[in-house]
Unconditional design. Sequence first.
Length: 456
Amino acid sequence: MSGASGKPANGKLPPLTGRTLVTAPNATAAAGLRPDNAGVTPALLRWLESPQGQACRAAVLVELHQSKSLQVRQIAALRRSWSQPQLHAAIALVQSQLTACQPRGKFCELGRQDFWAVPEALQQATSYAVACHKARRFQTLGAATPIIDFCSGIGGDAIGLAASLPVLAVERDPVRARLLWHNLQEAHFPAAAIQADVDTPFYNAAKAAAFHIDPSRRQGPKRLIRWADMTPGPATLLNLITTFDAGAIKLSPAVDFESLPPGHIELISDHGTTVQAVLWTGKLAEPSGPTLRTASVLSGDGPTWTITGRPRPCQALALPNRFVFEVDGAVTRAGLAAELIGQLAANAPGTAPLTAITIDGGYLTAQAPLRHPALTAFETLDVLPFDQARLQARLGSGGTSSAGASAIVEVKTRGGLDLNTDDLQRRWQKIARCSCTVLIFRAASAGVMAAICNRL
């Protein structure tokens, strides 16, 4: 790739054909605080695109195929051919590429594509599967609906959106803008990239039907969850909501829902981890509206499962029965466990009913086993009041599971318990005679309880 960089003439942007990374007026001045790009610079990225840079990346890839992390002797051998900054940049990109495209990686669907990233940006990026899931909601606006993806980073959302819709991807940081442009070119989707700040007046909202934005939620290593702490801030986000007919704002799952402007809230989990909340605005908030919430469960092993309903606590609580089910985190964070119980009862009348163990519905129980995309099933072996000495004695007595050469004890908690689960797992694995899962939870009337289970 040529890696050409376009510059607006007389304050006007050239046509965004997608073959050029365009820099908006005052983009560099607007960039503000720089993210952690692992020492990679725009100049180094241009070098990595050159024949010499391609050779360096290929050599690093060969070495990483031999060992997961480069050893001192390997780095010393590579340093005979390339400078330290060049080698450092190549290692950062190649390692991120291998992580992104490995089986079950965020971009494994892209196969062997030359996907570029730096570690922090890859960690923050939306996976391709989640981005495609969000794109399906945008498609309800029309197949040719143009989307502006602000704060695009390395292009996680932009690539997923562009798989089915025309996209203009916008990123203010010069390094990540160049990574974004590279990844869009490799994907061969109808998308263009521009280095610009959200507040730079480069776009005509009338020509773009909707927006997507991933505001920064970090201050150094600290993750921010308050709406007021987003960058860009609430004023800019509210301006986008009022300017565009429809939009989506990516947020932390831990964000205070009550602080958000009107819109429809969706919680998304991917392979069992709740990865993001989305505030859908304008036409994309309809017909669900602000009083209902949605939880979507992506597993990669089947179709996406989604539930929409009114959030409410679980009322009837019980102690664990023969089977216990852990509810997917997106469902519980959306407050929809009670809705799930009601839907399952309505869809399968006459079957053993599900009852909540905890008020948030994180654990449910029933007499019969049940397979469901939003439930992880366990068979209950014993239930007792939580007491570490008593539990330790019970685990050491055996009979909790099929015997094995080495026992693995998994500890899970609910109810805001101040327990170090990693420490409990380490201590109990030393004495446990059989593998098991210990669920520790705050029961409604029985205090803190523990259920020793087999994962099904």
